[in-house]
Ligand binder design. Structure first.
Ligand code: GFB
Length: 318
């Protein structure tokens, strides 16, 4: 692919977008276009349309989204459905209108039904009811991938959807109310170690299973997709194996060096019991994840430590 292609990374300050910028820059792409929210509000239809009219974009990575863990999803469903639908309709429509040759949309493994056979194949989409704790977010992400399919069908666009499993890595959100489980446990284990606590609080029963993909692997898969000839479709992106939340907490404690017990808080929701992705479709095309979970957690803990002072201030200010 032309290294001078104008590549718009929507959401470049987030965990996924910042990983994409790093990956694209290291591959030699010289024209990465970014906008902060202050300069381009993606929920503003007029502003997004003008941006695409003026910028002559060749590729869009639609990594801008309202995301969060189980608590944020279940307590702010309106924000999750509205902001994600607005961003998707504005960006996908304007990209089609201004003839962007390629767009890669990022969804989530929570688009699949709660009671899915495991591992989850792409074709299980819309076969039964969704997990209630993140239904609003999942509906918005399903709408995004269906928009890509509809625009491909009607206008001949080349819009592809990637469905990553639970992500983690540098630049994650460590706010304990809105974060996902892995960054939450890193922070809680670190602070429990500093305080000399005897136990680490873990939400739910510890029995749900989750699959974790390092965000640098996702950025690699997305770059692979951009450089391929694939013009349409939905592709799961994961590692093909999962662990229980109890096992995850034990791994985090080992990496962080917290030696106390685990204390499960049954008043918090478990969410879906399991959502292991079948990743064979992407593997058959030649892409496979490479970052081992414990190594990825160790690197993420190093990133957390480097940012911890700033995080503490944010938490205090919030
Ligand atoms: O990562 P998480 O918030 O989201 O929670 P989901 C995963 C599991 O970890 C749940 C448990 O069973 C939680 O109860 N858990 C244990 C914790 N301790 C904690 C903790 O301290 N914080 C958090 N957050 N969880 C989200 C969806 O679902 O996953 C989104 O709500 C999205 O829509 C995302 O799909 C990938 O995996 O349950």
């Amino acid at each position: 692919m032309d290294k001078n292609a104008r590549i718009f990374v929507a959401g470049h300050r987030g965990m996924v977008g910042s990983a994409l910028v790093r990956r694209l820059a290291s591959a030699g792409y010289r024209n990465i276009v970014t906008r902060t929210r202050a300069h381009l509000d993606l929920t503003d239809q007029g502003g997004v349309n003008l941006f695409f009219e003026e910028e002559q974009i060749d590729v869009v990575f639609l990594a801008a989204a309202r995301v969060g863990g189980i608590y944020a999803n279940s307590t702010m469903p309106a924000s999750f459905i509205y902001e994600n639908l607005a961003i998707e309709t504005n960006v996908i429509h304007a990209a089609s209108r201004w003839n962007v040759p390629k767009l890669i949309f990022f969804g989530s493994s929570c688009i699949y039904p709660k009671a899915c056979p495991q591992p989850i194949k792409e074709e299980y989409l819309l076969t039964s009811a969704l997990e209630p704790t993140n239904e609003a977010y999942a509906i918005a992400k399903i709408a995004g991938l269906k928009m890509c399919e509809a625009y491909n069908q009607q206008y001949g666009t080349k819009f592809v959807s990637l469905m990553p499993t639970n992500l983690y890595g540098p630049n994650d959100n460590y706010d304990l109310q809105s974060s996902h489980v892995l960054p939450a446990l890193i922070r809680k284990a670190h602070e429990a170690k500093l305080r000399g606590d005897g136990a680490l609080e873990v939400w739910g029963s510890g029995t749900p299973c989750r699959e974790f993909l390092h965000v640098d692997d996702l950025a690699d898969a997305a770059t692979f997709m951009m450089e391929s000839d694939i013009a349409e479709g939905v592709f799961n992106v994961g590692v093909g194996r999962d662990s229980t939340i109890r096992e995850l907490a034990q791994t985090v404690c080992r990496v962080v060096g917290f030696e106390g017990e685990l204390a499960f808080d049954a008043s918090k929701p478990d969410g879906t019991p399991r959502k292991l992705l079948d990743v064979s479709k992407l593997e058959r095309m030649g892409w496979k994840a490479s970052i081992i979970l414990e190594d990825g957690i160790a690197a993420t803990y190093a990133d957390f430590l480097a940012r911890y002072e700033g995080l503490s201030q944010t938490a205090v200010a919030a």
